[in-house]
Write a protein that binds this ligand. Structure first.
Ligand SMILES: [Zn+2]
Length: 478
């Protein structure tokens, strides 16, 4: 399907680039934090070991994430973690004791130095228990698909430490990570590096000979597709849709901030009729889509709706590289209150459909969502609804839809306002670029009340009138 020569050339260029990118991150000294995943083909469970510079057992809280940026849900991943043990440099083991929240401690009669923690994660039980397919890792014959935040624990206080990761199998198999995309060859062990815990858990990891990895040709950056499917998938057509989405976003923003990108697709026979396969999830340099087999892309359709792909890749600009408080830095032990979900979702919906795909009729869809929403939603201000959505965005999708609909309609009102005031010299693109530039400059999350100023400054037009209108609950809109 793909000719070998250009593929090889692109891979070599990409390899050279990655070495250049990763080298300064780690400098001369090796990371003090090492994670290891071990998997035996056919098993339901994976084994994880975390090694670090020895520290006192009394200082250690080992946290299992309960959420991740952009999931807007609370997920009890600790329920699938078992056999947690810490070990001393003399190989004395201390059993982990479950804390009052999502963490383990390691009490002992005497104070001891601990240098590693090991535990087991039951992937099969996780998938059976979590009804939302996009929240769970998966295991099948010849396939293991891991979402970082569903399996990796955090030694509290080591959030910013550089991480080395090794992934091991009991036999030769394909190993792939969105941290460092490549066309994998069968092997028993592979190493990766991550800048910190947030980057480690944001990535996805695949093992097994049933995963198919493709590098998409003629893409503006190294662009990969990972597929595990229990039905036929037209890889070329899916690749075309992904590349078209990325190119559309590049044309809108004028640049691509991701060094590389992987679209991760699963087409699965449902575990049960109650399992939900509708949602996808965005990451820094990848997206995860877990669909049931009926949604598999089987035939060429140049008119297919690719809005969801544009939307999820679009998140790599906002919110992944420009965000409000709570999104980053992230409180891994809980699902933090986030007041800007309407911006993350609504602004991305707006540019994906209204601009990149030029579907102006999408505004009617947004208006209908608000018109049909129940009172308990429409009585809430934008900020209140976003707080509610921090844990229930998809669980009650009327909340999620209302958030993105309000955000998208606000985006449109802002665009109309600044276009009319600037006689079409400024557009919503200036707003998006202004937010991205602001984060680049300040290297922090913006506060809620800073948003109208950032937007006004980036366009030179005071948008407070539109901003104030959208702070009101819809039932008060005139
Ligand atoms: Zn989204």
């Amino acid at each position: 399907m793909n000719s070998l020569i250009p593929q090889y050339t692109i891979n070599m260029l990409y390899l050279a680039l990655c070495v250049a990118v990763y080298a300064p991150v780690f400098g001369q000294s090796p990371p003090h934090l090492h994670y290891n995943i071990t998997y035996q083909e056919g098993q339901d469970k994976i084994r994880i070991r975390v090694d670090f510079k020895p520290r006192s057992n009394t200082d250690i809280h080992f946290v299992i994430p309960r959420s991740a940026p952009g999931t807007y849900e609370l997920t009890n991943y600790i329920a699938f973690v078992d056999s947690v043990k810490a070990s001393t440099p003399n190989n004395t083991f201390i059993d982990g004791v479950l804390g009052e929240g999502s963490f383990f401690t390691f009490p002992a009669e005497d104070t001891m130095e601990i240098r590693s923690i090991q535990y087991i994660v039951d992937i099969a039980t996780m998938e059976r228990t979590l009804l939302s397919a996009s929240s769970s890792s998966k295991r099948r014959q010849e396939y293991l698909g891991l979402l970082g935040y569903s399996v990796f624990g955090l030694v509290q206080g080591m959030e910013e430490e550089q991480v080395q990761l090794s992934i091991e199998s009991d036999r030769e198999t394909l190993i792939y990570s969105t941290l460092y995309p490549d066309i994998p060859q069968p092997t028993t062990k592979k190493y990766y590096k991550a800048k910190n815990f947030g980057v480690l858990v944001d990535a996805q990891y695949f093992m097994g000979n049933a995963v198919r990895i493709h590098q998409i040709q003629n893409a503006p950056i190294p662009l990969f597709l990972s597929v595990y499917a229990e039905t036929y998938v037209n890889i070329e057509e899916l690749s075309r849709r992904i590349n078209r989405s990325l190119v559309g976003l590049k044309d809108y923003f004028g640049y691509i901030p991701m060094p590389h990108y992987t679209a991760c697709y699963e087409y699965l026979i449902p575990v049960s009729p109650r399992h939900d396969y509708g949602f996808s999830m965005e990451h820094l340099n990848s997206m995860t889509a877990s669909f049931d087999t009926s949604k598999a892309v089987a035939r060429v359709d140049t008119g297919a709706n690719i809005g969801s792909i544009v939307h999820h890749i679009g998140h790599s600009w906002i919110p992944l590289r420009s965000y409000g408080q709570g999104y980053r830095s992230f409180d891994w032990q809980t699902a933090p209150i986030i007041e800007t979900i309407w911006l993350n979702e609504g602004f991305t919906w707006y540019i994906a459909y209204y601009h990149v795909l030029n579907k102006k009729e999408i505004l009617t869809f947004f208006r209908e969502i608000i018109d049909k929403a129940p009172d308990y939603i429409n009585r809430k201000s934008l900020r209140e609804l976003s707080r509610l959505g921090s844990t229930q965005y998809a669980m009650d999708f009327r909340i999620g839809k209302n958030l993105f609909a309000r955000g998208a309609l606000m985006a449109h009102d802002i665009e109309e306002y600044i276009r009319s005031k600037s006689r079409d010299q400024k557009s919503f693109r200036d707003v998006m670029l202004g937010l991205l530039r602001w984060t680049e400059l300040h290297q922090r999350a913006f506060q809620y009340n800073e948003i109208p100023h950032i937007i006004s400054q980036s366009t030179g037009i005071d948008i407070s009138e539109v901003w104030n209108h959208w702070q009101q609950p819809p039932i008060f809109h005139k």
